[in-house]
Design a protein around this ligand. Sequence first.
Ligand code: SF4
Ligand code: MG
Length: 324
Amino acid sequence: MMELLNVNNLKVEFHRVEGIVKAVDGISYKLNKGESLGIVGESGSGKSVSVLSLLRLINRNGRIVDGEAIFLGKDLLKLNKEELRNIRGKDISIIFQNPMTSLNPIIRVGIQVMEPIIWHRLMKNEEARERAIELLERVGIPESPKRFLNYPFQFSGGMRQRVMIAMALACHPKLLIADEPTTALDVTIQAQIMELLQELKEEYGMSVIFITHDLSVATNFCDRIITMYAGKIVEEAPVEEILKTPLHPYTKGLLNSTLEIGSRGKKLVPIPGNPPNPTKHPSGCKFHPRCSFAMEICQREEPPLVNISENHRVACHLIKGESK
Ligand code: SF4
Ligand code: MG
């Protein structure tokens, strides 16, 4: 399989009054062409930062302190602003959680879908307009030639997210980053949007990085899952393996605390405690204060991320693998 993205030892810090936050603390991951990768964790786990920082879409007080991110042979972290702008919206597109804040409230939706095409000089106005109408129709906006002229406030939340998806696809990206794209929507709409994304992923042959706190949504959509906790990857495996043999207590906790479709009657068990204070991470395994399997060594030593099999990695003292 052809590799599209290779992130190596990425470290991102935020400087806050209370201290330095190591939001992403030396993580490595890969993405193949046409593959969809789910990055899952609670809020503050570093899942968004681990991807959005590659496009420098993080707060100004955030800084990439180490690492590389090779996308089609180029290190994204070394590109200048102009080079990055040429990639953003064209080769790599993003959809965010809140379509209301991502869409411009005073520009007609159709024009917003046209914008990336014009900006990247892929088509002339008339052609871009036709393509935008086609895209709106494809993502499920009825009467798209007419609704092209509407403003975002004339759409429901789900429809606005469809417009965002049309915008993201306008330039036929190789990689779509979806950062909690359905979190703000109600459950039925969520399922419809996920279904649409699934169809479009196949139609466009895109790779997708899907960032979510909801492991069950990720397992329905993705080929491979990365679980993150306190800025680190704690487990990575193909979806079937995550579902059948999750190894890290945190991944197990996430599985037991979310509802799988069709799993009526299953008892939901929340993970005890809260994610750690980001400026004061616990010693040893950062999950130890919440882990019911914690041993003495867990407070002292941070478990390394080790390979259990060719494509299953885990960081937990309970599991012995081969050190990389
Ligand atoms: Fe739990 Fe210890 Fe494994 Fe951490 S290393 S997840 S505390 S058993
Ligand atoms: Mg986030």
